[in-house]
Design a protein around this ligand. Sequence first.
Ligand code: DX5
Ligand code: ZN
Length: 225
Amino acid sequence: MTFDRRVKIAPSILSADFANFGAEIRAIEDQGADWVHVDVMDNHFVPNLTFGPPAVKAFRRHVKTVMDVHLMIAPVDPFIEAYAEAGADILTAHVEAGPHIHRTLQAIRGAGMKAGVALNPGTPAEAVAHVLDMADLVCVMTVNPGFGGQKFIDMTAKVRALRAMIGDRPVHIEIDGGVDTVTAPLVVAAGADVLVAGSAVFKGGSVEAPEVYGQNIAAIRKAAG
Ligand code: DX5
Ligand code: ZN
């Protein structure tokens, strides 16, 4: 993975057909996805449950781009090795998931992955000020995590603050939640470069009509400018 700040679209397979992940991953990649975003939820840190390391390992066989794994779980540290073995390229942990984000990011890099740190809407940018040299990505949640299809919460001031804090460091700013053709340009103008989108990519499409995914991805990319 080489670093650049071109806008990347990362469809979240939380909005895919859960009985057909392999074909869904191949479809979004064929239709222009830059990364594949995988939402891991534990029904503890967030009030929803998705999948764990064996499922993520199975997804890996279908991902040709970048597998971006977003952990909405607590604790994180006991599972880092399992997600490395599952083949995550980027592993993102929430700063709110435990008291030791510094140790967690160290452990993620130590396991050979890129390290991401996510911020809930109520958490200030300053929460990551002292770990920016240990992170490859900061994920700004623009919904309260747990579900796809929620309304965008405006975090552009936080994105601008992070962009200034990051400076020349090779750290991505990722936006997760409610990204569509209306909200994408706002966050990109504020300094974001990775756009996660679940419902806005998968809406209206299917593995039988994958061109709709392509149209949705292209529309977000065009709106982002
Ligand atoms: C929310 C997840 C998101 C979610 C985004 O907890 O982290 O990745 O799938 O879904 P949309 O794009 O539908 O808001
Ligand atoms: Zn996510």
